[in-house]
Unconditional design. Sequence first.
Length: 255
Amino acid sequence: MILELQNITMQFGGVTAIDDLSFGVKTGQIYGLIGPNGAGKTTLFNIVTGNYKQTKGNVVFNHEEISGTKPNMIVQRGIARTFQNIRLFRSMNVLENVLIGYHNQANYTYIESILRLPRHFSYEKRIKKEAMEMLERFGLADFAYTNSSSLSYGNQRKVEVARALATNPRLLLLDEPAAGMNPNETEDLSNIIRKIKNEFGLTILLIEHDMKFVNNMCDTVLVLDYGEEIFEGKPSDAIIDEKVVSAYLGDFTHA
């Protein structure tokens, strides 16, 4: 397992968002978190990435406990994420947004940067080349110097994924990557995700409501309802499971 969540409980005052949840993600998997709105999916992402400290339980990444680790150090350890609501630097162009992802790996000092010494220039030249190659993978090279806010919604999503990938993660968390995309954009993104997973040796944990996307992408899904697990297994089995159907559509047995 590259990621293990052990007996995670998250409470906000008197509200329990996650209730004694345990699961593990195997190295190389595409693992989906699904469930109705308010089920606790994004809360789990925030716990894994250090934005929230769980009330109880342990988060283990690559066999090391990471609970309470600051978000910037989580990135250094090899976990990156995208967000449900796109978070790009809208005053920057596409290339600049992706370059930001590389700076957690900078090999020059603050003083070298201020004085613009050779090691600073060498690194900046290399990461600019790598960033352009990243944009090529996502079909965004022609937009490198375009302001990020001018892109279509689907392309903005791609920029956010490219920036996350630039941090050189082992585990990539995607929060509703297909949200707001049309079918062609969704299919394009799914092909890119498969390609980068294999090329970079990634493990992917994703939240998504588009069940066609989930069924095509995920090896395993975990279904949450009110912070509790109601199903874990193949996506094709999830959509016919009684508890899952009830969570999404309501209980019609007494209708």
